[in-house]
Design a protein around this ligand. Structure first.
Ligand code: GLU
Length: 298
């Protein structure tokens, strides 16, 4: 019998260019980079610019220049989601044909009044007229999964059972759909990202199964927060790391990820710091809490 050769490691960093890179996204970039490069894998970069109203002109370019400044050099071409709309439509059509979807015309205020989880109001209506969103009839979705870092993670049952949106009423594809199509098409073997997305993992795994594709492994890094419960994000105007001093900032990221560089490396440049981190990278050293205050590491 032929030995089964596991696929070579392919990881990715998938920022949304709604603003320049901030400390929180730099953590996801460095963590996913080290996880890939410490296994001689590939590290891809993908621009998740699907939610066009939230995108900022020039942000994608600024993110790439910042990654270069920090010596986070990606493999291959950068994929850009706004250039892949035909592919997403093709997958949506396939789901429609398989009767896995339904059209929905619920407005925002009705959906908001429901609180967490859509109630399937339009499931049996067979709507064809008007401005419609497309929802996936919730496939069998697990309520837990094994995270590579944090172990067994429980997912709220309402999330696992929700008929969530694949394409919005405004015609934009939902993150839920495109992230899986791209991870599949790029042959990603492990997704490493911030813990804010942890609860969506079993949905994504279920979508891989519907598409008949191998599901990647998932690892979620602690989230940088301003205060407990408040993610450091572009929405709360987290300052960009674009012009921060490279060595100090990278050392802070490595401390955040449980890999404090030794004293001898004080003032070392990005290349040296990353080379050291790559050869010392161990998932078990990455802190297991889901949130850490960014200021504790800067
Ligand atoms: N584009 C998402 C974000 O910037 C990340 C998606 C992912 O890593 O799955 O939050």
């Amino acid at each position: 019998m032929m030995p089964v050769v596991p696929p070579a490691y392919r990881g990715r960093f998938a920022p949304s260019p709604s603003g320049p890179l901030h400390f929180g996204s730099l953590i996801a970039a460095v963590g996913s980079y080290l996880q890939a490069k410490s296994q001689q894998g590939q590290w891809l970069v993908r621009m998740e610019d699907i939610d066009t109203p939230r995108m900022q002109a020039g942000a994608a370019d600024s993110i790439l220049r910042t990654l270069e400044r920090y010596q986070l050099l990606w493999d291959g071409e950068v994929w850009v989601q706004s250039q892949r709309l035909d592919r997403y439509q093709q997958v949506l059509e396939q789901f429609k044909q398989q009767q896995l979807t339904y059209a929905c015309n619920c407005n925002r205020s009705r959906i908001q009044s429901l609180g967490q989880g859509y109630d399937g109001f339009c499931r049996d209506k067979n709507l064809t007229e008007g401005t419609l969103a497309w929802r996936l009839k919730a496939p069998a979705t697990a309520t837990s999964f094994t995270d590579q870092r944090a172990g067994e993670i429980q997912i709220p049952a309402t999330l696992a059972a929700e008929d969530y949106i694949l394409k919005r009423r405004d015609g934009l594809f939902a993150y839920q759909l495109v992230v899986v199509v791209d991870d599949m098409d790029q042959g990603i073997t492990e997704v490493v990202r911030g813990a804010d997305l942890i609860d969506l993992t079993t949905r994504q795994q279920a979508l891989f199964q519907l598409l008949g594709a191998a599901t990647p492994a998932y690892m979620h890094l602690p989230l940088a927060v301003v205060e407990p419960g408040f993610k450091l994000s572009k929405q709360n105007h987290a300052p960009t790391v674009e012009f921060w001093p490279v060595s100090e900032t990278l050392a802070a990221v490595l401390r955040f990820l449980g890999h404090p560089p030794p004293k001898e490396l004080q003032g070392a440049d990005a290349r040296e710091l990353l080379a050291w981190a790559c050869s010392h990278w161990q998932i078990s050293q990455v802190p297991s809490q889901t949130e850490q205050k960014s200021t504790d590491f800067l």
